[in-house]
Design a protein around this ligand. Structure first.
Ligand code: SF4
Length: 389
């Protein structure tokens, strides 16, 4: 049996179908709970967006998810944000930009970030909520999140919230933040009840394995708390609902999978580069990407191994406009931010989380080939055939 490093959507079953039923039911519950708790704040935020015309109004559930993200990230990281000085914050922010924009300098930036991350950004064992609920504190949190380079999509969304708060009185800001924190408290407790069976080893990993990540560039990413896994699970479900109609209207569909699904390591995989990412060359019959490619040939969708840049899929780059729909496969922690990025690029997309994590870059010395439920993929694509796993 595949070892569970932190999470497994299969929960000891042969497939993840129960997870998809559970996350759908839990999303309904979380949306109803958030609406009941934060309707006034959400209405005021939407009115602000309309008045400032900064974006086309999206669904209430998406704003609710952003509001919950604010509460959860505040609970997990506000103490770190309070402790980070202006100088290291600036240095870390510059290094994150360098690694994003310059592939040649990325190894050097990563090495430096590894050292600085272990000095300045190490996650604290427990959330601290006694920080003043003020605009200044929110700006400190956003500054910290930006400095990490791991929360770019979250920061983009939360910047709108910061600007909205700037139009409010200190009392109103405190009330909005208190509401976000109370919702995050509810979410943390309830999500463990419903989704905890899918994240059984996160705390063990943080306790026993994560201390050895000190000095590594990915220490923060691999140090995510259990509640953040649950938050991202909810995010994928909510974004999939929001983007579903535009995705289903597209004429061509492709599935973009991460390299960690390959049966062979980089040097042995024979996949050939294309403009959308690498395409499988069928070197290993048991490889899941090969099997998925065969399924795609039969059912009419393409399969590509993830390119470094999601921008590859924007209409501007490909000329594909809205005729191309993408199913993005990635681990639970990156899937919802990937959905936000696709939305920003104007690409109709659906997210499909890996059943478990295992790549050798982050999680396992030798790498464990990862997997997805083909049944859930076919449901996302609205292809009705007997389920395969
Ligand atoms: S079967 Fe395809 S994806 Fe898998 S290792 Fe071979 S070429 Fe790479």
């Amino acid at each position: 049996m595949t070892p569970t490093i932190t999470y497994s959507l299969k929960n000891d079953q042969s497939h993840a179908d129960q997870y998809y039923r559970d996350i759908a039911a839990f999303a309904d519950q979380a949306i109803a709970e958030g609406d009941a708790r934060a309707a006034i704040t959400l209405r005021a935020f939407e009115a602000f967006l309309r008045a400032t015309e900064r974006e086309t109004i999206r669904s209430r559930a998406e704003y609710l998810y952003e509001f919950l993200t604010l509460g959860v990230l505040w609970r997990v990281y506000i103490r770190n944000a309070c402790e980070l000085g202006a100088l290291p914050r600036r240095a870390l922010t510059i290094l994150s930009r360098v690694r994003e924009r310059n592939q040649r300098l990325k190894p050097m930036a990563d090495a430096l970030r590894g050292v600085l991350t272990s000095w300045f950004l190490s996650p604290r064992p427990r959330a601290e909520t006694s920080a003043p609920r003020s605009l200044e504190m929110l700006e400190r949190l956003l500054g910290w999140l930006q400095a990490t380079g791991d929360f770019n999509q979250e920061v983009k969304r939360l910047n709108n919230w910061r600007d909205f708060f700037a139009t409010q009185t200190p009392e109103q800001i405190a009330a909005h933040l208190s509401s976000a924190l109370a919702f995050a408290d509810w979410f943390e407790a309830r999500s463990v009840d419903v989704l905890g069976c899918y994240t059984p080893n996160v705390e063990k990993f943080l306790r026993e394995t994560h201390p050895r990540y000190r000095g590594r560039e990915d220490a923060l990413f691999c140090g995510r708390q259990r509640v953040e896994y649950h938050l991202n699970m909810l995010g994928t479900e909510i974004l999939n609902r929001a983007l579903r109609a535009s995705f289903l209207q597209t004429r061509r569909k492709i599935v973009v999978v991460p390299p960690c699904m390959r049966a062979q390591p980089d040097a042995k995989c024979q996949a050939r580069a294309t403009m959308f990412g690498a395409q499988c060359a069928a070197c290993t019959p048991g490889c899941r990407i090969h099997q998925l490619t065969l399924l795609g040939e039969k059912q009419g969708f393409g399969v590509f191994i993830l390119p470094d840049e999601l921008k590859t899929f924007s209409g501007k780059t490909t000329g594909a406009d809205d005729s191309l729909g993408i199913v993005g496969v990635s681990c639970v922690l990156t899937n919802a931010p990937g959905g936000w990025e696709m939305q920003t690029l104007g690409v109709p997309a659906q997210g499909l989380p890996l059943d478990y994590c295992g790549c050798r870059y982050h999680w396992h010395r030798d790498g464990i080939p990862t997997d997805i439920g083909f049944g859930q993929l076919l449901r996302l694509l609205e292809i009705r055939v007997p389920e395969q796993h």
